[in-house]
Design a protein. Structure first.
Length: 255
C-alpha cells in the first residue's frame, strides 16, 4: 500500500515527491524545503535536516520518512524506526544513481509509472549530454562550498560527478577528504580556468568576487570566468538534473 503521510527530511527529495505527483501525501518537510514554492507553502515544518522534531513527525502520523545518509543523522533514523515508522534512506553518489533514485522513490510512494517516465527522460538527457561533450577538453574548475574556511569537493561526492558529467575537471578531485579545506593559495596553484560560486550551502554573492581580485593572473580571473550559480544544480537529485545538464555545460564551454 502506498504511504499516505510522508515526511521528507531532504529538500531535493521533497521536490521529487511533487514531481511524482504525490505532493498531497506530504505531511511535513524541513524548514529548508523550498521547492516547489506553491507546494510546500502549507506543509508543516519539522525542523532542519540535522535537528528535526522527531516527536512532531510521530504526531503527524507519518507512515514514511525520507532521509539521506549525508544530510540526516543515524540516531534520528533509528529512533523513528524504533517507533515503527518506515524510513527510506538514500545516498546517491553519482548522477546515474541520482536518476535511479527517482525511479526507486516512484516505486516506494506508489507512483511507479510517473517515476519510471521521469527517470527515463533524465537518463536520456544524461546520455545525450555525455555524448555531446565527449572529446571536448574539460576546463579546470574550482567549486567552493564554503568560505572562511574555504572548502570544496573531492571526487567522492555527487557534486563532483555532476560537474564531471557537465564537462568540468574538478581541480581538487584527488584530495583525501570528501569536503577538503583549502586556501586561496592552493586555488592559485591549482590554476582553475573556471570558478563556480554557488548560493548554497554557503551563500556566495557578487561581493565575493573581490576575494579573487588579488590574483589577476589566475586563469579564471584573467579571462573573466567566475560565475555565480544556483547551488541546487550541482547538489539536488531529481528534476534539477535536467536543468543542470542543460545549463552547467554552457558555463564551462571554452570561449
Amino acid at each position: 500500500m502506498a504511504p499516505r503521510r510522508i515526511v521528507s527530511l531532504v529538500p531535493s527529495l521533497t521536490e521529487i515527491l511533487f514531481a511524482l505527483g504525490v505532493g498531497d501525501a506530504v505531511a511535513g518537510c524541513t524548514i529548508f524545503c523550498t521547492q516547489p514554492p506553491e507546494g510546500v507553502a502549507g506543509k508543516t515544518r519539522v525542523g532542519g535536516e540535522k535537528n528535526p522534531d522527531l516527536a512532531l513527525i510521530r504526531d503527524l502520523g507519518a507512515d514514511l520518512v525520507l532521509a539521506n545518509v549525508e544530510e540526516n543523522l543515524r540516531e534520528h533514523v533509528e529512533t523513528l524506526r524504533g517507533w515503527g515508522i518506515a524510513v527510506h534512506v538514500s545516498y546517491p553518489r553519482t548522477v546515474a544513481e541520482g536518476i535511479a533514485l527517482v525511479r526507486e522513490l516512484g516505486q516506494v510512494v506508489g507512483a511507479e509509472t510517473r517515476g519510471g517516465a521521469l527517470a527515463e527522460a533524465l537518463d536520456a538527457r544524461h546520455r545525450e549530454t555525455r555524448a555531446r561533450l565527449a572529446g571536448r577538453r574539460s576546463p579546470r574548475v574550482f567549486y567552493p562550498i564554503w568560505r572562511k574556511p574555504w572548502m570544496t569537493l573531492s571526487r567522492d561526492t555527487y557534486a563532483h560527478h555532476m560537474l564531471a558529467d557537465c564537462g568540468g575537471d574538478n581541480v581538487f578531485a584527488d584530495r583525501a577528504a570528501r569536503y577538503p579545506t583549502v586556501t586561496l593559495e592552493d586555488v592559485v596553484r591549482a590554476a582553475p580556468e573556471v570558478i563556480l560560486l554557488p548560493d548554497e550551502p554557503y551563500r556566495f554573492r557578487r561581493v565575493h568576487l573581490r576575494d579573487f581580485e588579488a590574483y589577476p593572473d589566475l586563469p579564471a580571473v584573467r579571462d573573466g570566468r567566475i560565475h555565480l550559480v544556483d547551488g541546487k544544480l550541482l547538489t539536488w537529485y531529481g528534476p534539477r538534473i535536467a536543468e543542470a545538464l542543460e545549463t552547467v555545460p554552457e558555463l564551462l564551454a571554452a570561449r
